[in-house]
Design a protein around this ligand. Structure first.
Ligand code: CA
Ligand code: CA
Ligand code: CA
Ligand code: CA
Length: 256
């Protein structure tokens, strides 16, 4: 009996510790990548990244170091940024490496590092595809250099098990009529904005009832030249599963 009580208390303690972790976020800031690095499975299995570029004969997602000067696209260079809700943040304005849909595939030495990375400037630019190993219910991100979301028709598309369950246009972030309106977001050339994580519940509230169970793929349909950073999702349930294992172990002991 004493052993059982100890085990049960340990399990409760584990839950108490785990609870705040379970609601924590994981942020993919891409700082482990170098300028021009082709991005595929560096963050697998949790996150796999790919791209579709309808304008080229290749589909490459790549890292772009926004902190550099003299790159192929000055619009992606900052800080300073020309505007947006990250422009004045003392702590968040430095974005470093971000993701682009590559406009060229120049890699003369075949090292998987694009020699002069540039983001696709055609409209639309293409898709950045984020596949998650677990179903998630929250997705946040930073966006650089989307100029005039209305013209560029950028949008987020959420999928569950291969089926599209919701779409949110970037124009909704700057439309007071939208439930996704954020007064701090200002789009424009060389801007940097953080989009507050979008929840499955918010998608359902906006009429996308099929998003109720969450999503396991998010596609950013990039209307034009742009870069993306700080992909933010809920912390995986692995730690919670460990606590569950504790409880199961306790249960077995109790029955034994
Ligand atoms: Ca970054
Ligand atoms: Ca190279
Ligand atoms: Ca460009
Ligand atoms: Ca631009």
């Amino acid at each position: 009996m004493a052993l059982n009580r100890t085990a049960a208390l340990a399990a409760l303690a584990a839950i108490a510790v785990v609870a705040p972790l379970a609601s924590a976020e994981i942020i993919f800031d891409f700082e482990s990548l170098v300028h021009g690095e082709i991005v595929t499975n560096q963050f697998a299995p949790m996150l796999t990244i790919s791209a579709i570029n309808p304008n080229r004969g290749f589909n490459i997602a790549a890292a772009f170091d926004t902190s550099l000067m003299g790159t192929a696209d000055p619009d992606l260079e900052g800080p300073p940024w020309a505007g947006g809700n990250l422009a004045l943040s003392p702590t968040e304005t430095q974005l470093g490496r971000a993701l682009i849909i590559a406009e060229n595939d120049l890699d003369a030495n075949f090292d998987g590092i694009l020699d002069d990375p540039d983001d696709e400037g055609s409209r639309p630019a293409g898709q950045l595809i984020f596949d998650f190993s677990q179903t998630i219910d929250t997705f946040g991100f930073d966006v650089i250099d989307i100029e005039g979301s209305v013209q560029e028709f950028s949008r987020l598309e959420f999928f569950f098990d291969g089926t599209s369950v919701a779409t949110v246009g970037f124009d909704q972030f700057t439309s007071v009529a939208s439930s996704f309106f954020d007064a701090t977001i200002v789009f424009g050339n060389n801007t940097a904005n953080r989009v507050t994580p979008i929840t499955a519940a918010a998608l359902v509230a906006a009429g996308f009832v099929d998003a109720e169970g969450g999503f396991d793929r998010v596609i950013i349909h990039a209307g034009g030249s742009s870069a993306y950073d700080n992909i933010t999702i809920p912390a995986p349930s692995g730690v919670l599963a460990l606590a569950g294992g504790w409880l199961m172990l306790t249960g077995r002991r109790r029955r034994a």
